[in-house]
Design a protein around this ligand. Structure first.
Ligand code: TYD
Length: 137
């Protein structure tokens, strides 16, 4: 369900030298972190994602700049705007996501609950809808 995905603020410690934020798996976000990846050098107008994951939990942070994430649970859609280094979006499994509207020079960090597994992806939207409809019956 889309309401299971929410923006989470993580600690931010600021002083005259700048700011520091940290994220502990199972403490600030609801899963243990197995993998970190990041997106950068996105050309203007590009989008990423356009898939869902069967089992993967993710936490997505705009480390620099800003972008949007559109989540779709097969029934409802919601657009989130990320533009803070101390706040991120928790994305639960079985959520179709599209990332777009990247500002120039933006960096998107993703914390993931599992190692990379190509078999965990659902890349076909019709297949995704069929799976979510089955679940909702
Ligand atoms: P993909 O997940 O399709 O990117 P996005 O959702 O941002 O559009 O991944 C792009 C490519 O990178 C694809 O060939 C798989 C590879 N990849 C890895 O090898 N390891 C990873 O952890 C990730 C996220 C992707």
């Amino acid at each position: 369900m889309i309401d299971d995905c929410n923006l989470i603020e993580v600690p931010k410690i600021s002083d005259g030298r700048g700011s520091l934020s940290f994220i502990e798996g199972g403490v600030h976000i609801p899963f243990d972190i197995k993998r970190v990846y990041y997106l950068y050098d996105m050309p203007g107008g590009s989008d990423r994602g356009s898939h869902a994951h069967k089992n993967l939990h993710q936490f997505i942070v705009a480390l620099s700049g800003s972008f949007d994430i559109v989540l779709d649970d097969g029934k409802d859609k919601k657009r989130f705007h990320l533009n803070r280094s101390y706040s991120g979006l928790y994305v639960c499994p079985m959520m179709w996501r599209v990332l777009d509207n990247f500002s120039s020079g933006s960096v998107c960090m993703v914390l993931a609950s599992t190692y990379y597994d190509a078999d965990d992806y659902i890349r076909n939207y019709e297949e995704f809808l069929a799976l979510t409809t089955q679940k909702n019956i």
